[in-house]
Design a protein around this ligand. Structure first.
Ligand SMILES: [Zn+2]
Ligand SMILES: [Zn+2]
Ligand SMILES: [Zn+2]
Ligand SMILES: [Zn+2]
Length: 478
């Protein structure tokens, strides 16, 4: 399909489905030399930080699959995505878990309910009224909604994950129904799942003050290429639409990018994630810079006694690269580094983050610096999971320090007005508020005013970054 035709189709889709294309048309899908790989989204005008670039409407949203034995986490309602602790099957007979009649009767559930029901879902002898297998197959079934609509061309134009493996969702469906699947339907389901695997985004919704993580397929966002210094960030509104905003200034003719991985991870881990989940190697400026803008995020401390240097790969884009300490020039093979990484990861997993003193002592005794891979994960875990009002003063001040160091890291990594900046600013604000509360009697007005100033500055940052989900607790991500 011609690029012009793709642009027309996408913009048509958005304007028909309430994506509000008006005023958000400053970009085009292009195969030009501006894009890092194949097709990409390119700005046709300048954007300032915080400007909305597009409001994207999902083609499919579905809950995350559960373990096939049904253990682990609970399902969410297949229609409204609320968390369910006592899931019950849809009274319509599709055996998807729903909250009750009101969700079962919703128009958006009608077609899929009828479709699954006529496939005669198997019942189990355990008396459970909903089926894990059918639940895991939702993405496949929802793919059929694209088949008949006027948006069928998306099935042709969107990129698919190349794999010969059987499609999990479709196999789950086939295992859990008594009827044969129609061959054409099955083909469309397989295609949809491959598109989903290549392009889906984590969609986060707020249900009763809990953040629920879903999978969403967004047509414009699906055309955005990856960069480890992305120039956009996104939030989701109540209708599960994706609001993409500029996180850095974007100039006319520049490619508009997103990140398919965790920007806070070091290059080796990001590369590994991109290769296994998206099958490509990123060669952006951050990936080519061994020191990742001076953060040395991938580095481990040198293993030579009394050397204060850090070991980094000579060629960060090569998985088998030799690593070297700049200070004493000690060389370490990639296999050895992999072992060190594994050791650090195991050690980090065994640590309780909630005792700052012992945490820092362990890092010291094992010669691991504070910005090492996996250590950052732990520090973030402490930031998200600790409840300010139950922390002692030492822990509270430690959390404040961690938040400030993370904000500094985000700045050094040039991530701009990204989601992480918003979330950490919000946490830091809560910490400062708690601190001010505890010291309200000891401090004079002047000091308290300094804290008020800090608080309102942080508030400004997080509200501009996070939009309406700003008042959420990040501790509750399911
Ligand atoms: Zn519901
Ligand atoms: Zn149903
Ligand atoms: Zn990169
Ligand atoms: Zn050294």
């Amino acid at each position: 399909m011609e690029m012009n035709a793709i642009n027309d189709c996408v913009k048509n889709y958005l304007s028909h489905c309430g994506g509000g294309i008006k005023g958000y048309g400053g970009w085009t899908i292009s195969t030009g030399s501006e894009t890092v790989a194949g097709r990409g989204v390119v700005a046709t005008r300048d954007y300032s930080v915080g400007d909305v670039i597009f409001v994207d409407v999902p083609l499919i949203v579905s809950p995350r699959a559960l373990g096939t034995d049904g253990t682990g986490s609970w399902p969410v309602c297949a229609v409204c995505y609320s968390e369910m602790t006592t899931p019950t099957g849809c009274p319509g007979g599709c055996r998807l878990p729903v909250c009750g009649r009101q969700c079962a009767d919703r128009p958006e559930h009608r077609d899929e309910c009828r479709y699954v029901r006529q496939l005669r879902p198997k019942t189990k002898s355990d008396g459970q009224t909903w089926s894990v297998g059918i639940y895991n197959a939702i993405t496949a079934v929802r793919g059929l909604s694209i088949k008949d609509g006027k948006y069928r061309f998306f099935l042709d134009v969107l990129q698919k994950k190349s794999t010969d493996k059987l499609t999990f969702e479709v196999e789950e469906l086939k295992r859990n129904i008594s009827m044969e699947l129609d061959k054409e339907d099955e083909q469309i389901m397989v295609t949809t799942c491959k598109i989903m695997d290549a392009n889906c985004f984590e969609t986060i919704v707020n249900r009763s003050n809990k953040l629920i993580s879903l999978k969403g397929l967004y047509p414009v966002a699906a055309f955005m290429n990856h960069c480890c210094v992305p120039n956009t960030m996104h939030n989701f509104n109540e209708k599960l639409q994706m609001i993409a905003k500029a996180s850095l200034p974007i100039y006319k003719g520049q490619e508009i990018t997103t990140s398919y991985t965790y920007s806070i991870w070091p290059t080796s881990l990001r590369q590994n994630h991109l290769l296994t989940s998206k099958q490509f190697i990123c060669t952006c400026i951050r990936c080519c810079d061994t020191e990742e803008f001076g953060t040395k995020l991938a580095a481990l401390n040198c293993i030579v006694k009394n050397c204060e240097g850090r070991i980094l790969p000579i060629n960060p884009l090569d998985k088998k690269s030799i690593w070297q300490c700049k200070m004493c020039t000690k060389l370490v093979s990639s296999t050895e580094m992999l072992c060190f990484y594994k050791d650090v990861e195991t050690l980090m997993k065994s640590i309780s983050v909630f005792c700052p003193k012992s945490f820092e002592a362990i890092l010291k005794s094992f010669n691991i610096h504070k910005d090492s891979p996996f250590v950052i994960d732990l520090r973030l875990k402490f930031i998200w999971k600790s409840k300010n009002n139950s922390l002692n003063l030492e822990q509270l001040l430690y959390k404040e320090k961690l938040c400030m160091e993370m904000l500094d890291l985000v700045r050094k990594l040039r991530l701009g007005q990204c989601r992480l900046l918003g979330l950490i600013s919000l946490e830091l604000l809560k910490v400062i508020r708690e601190k001010a509360y505890r010291f309200r009697r000891n401090w004079n007005t002047k000091t308290l005013n300094v804290f008020e100033g800090q608080i309102s500055k942080l508030k400004e940052i997080y509200t501009s970054v996070l939009d309406e989900d700003a008042n959420l607790d990040n501790n509750n991500i399911q």
